[in-house]
Design a protein around this ligand. Sequence first.
Ligand SMILES: C[S@@+](CC[C@H](N)C(=O)[O-])C[C@H]1O[C@@H](n2cnc3c(N)ncnc32)[C@H](O)[C@@H]1O
Length: 281
Amino acid sequence: MAKEQGWRARSAFKLMQVDEEFNLLEGVTKAVDLCAAPGSWSQVLSKKLVENQQEGEQAKIVAVDLQAMAPLPGVIQLQGDITKQSTADQIISHFSGERADIVVCDGAPDVTGLHDMDEYIQAQLLLAALNITTHVLRPGGSFVAKIFRGKDITLLYTQLKVFFPKVTCSKPRSSRNSSIEAFIVCQDYTPPKDYVPNMGTPILDLAPMNADGTSNRTIVPFIACGDLSGFDSDMTYPLETSTGSEEYKFIAPVQMPITAPYLSAMEKKRKGFFHEQMSKK
Ligand SMILES: C[S@@+](CC[C@H](N)C(=O)[O-])C[C@H]1O[C@@H](n2cnc3c(N)ncnc32)[C@H](O)[C@@H]1O
């Protein structure tokens, strides 16, 4: 469906289904897309923001990723690591004197399969995204980010609640049930009084703690969204044509990866790198 509709990745449906539920993109003209490659969320933002744009007004989207991303019209693209100060500075510099209406982050580490480690790295990405957000988001704006719903998730909820009175955990239909992935939807950005954004501040320390040092945990609402009678992302379906009579025609990816990691792996394999590593063992 993603290819038929021209989206660079299936993830586009996740943002669209979250937006259907929360109406986050209404009236938005300035957005930041963190961890954006290959760019389907930027495509969704671009479509919506251009629709929202008033005469004489220019929609603005800044997209960032570690990986190179093929250009998208109207999207300012940066290549860098969102946990690095220099990348944050570049994003912030694009918003000098302006504020974004929304910041989204679909960032995911290369999962190791060690769940505690994966959840920890995911949480660090989310905190880096939140820190950048506190520099660029306008009061009242929204922040949407991928989270892994692991056992320590309530600590993250508590930290988000420091900045956003309304925090909801949402699971779009297009996100597999078998995955611990969910999306945190934070609305009405309200930084604490006298809060000064600073990339050096470990936001983790801002979590309210009880006198005995235990964390003051928060429970947030959980919402399933998307068309629940539509495709189930855990299922496999036969390829069908609209009439069922003609033959299915293969649709090429909307955008081929530019420097996909598998290309360097293939090059290493060709040069015998893996063979050498194995023989050393
Ligand atoms: C699931 S993909 C994003 C898909 C994207 N939302 C789309 O719709 O096309 C996750 C992305 O996070 C990026 N990423 C992971 N860690 C990052 C980091 N520290 N800084 C910037 N990007 C990062 C990866 O390079 C990857 O492209």
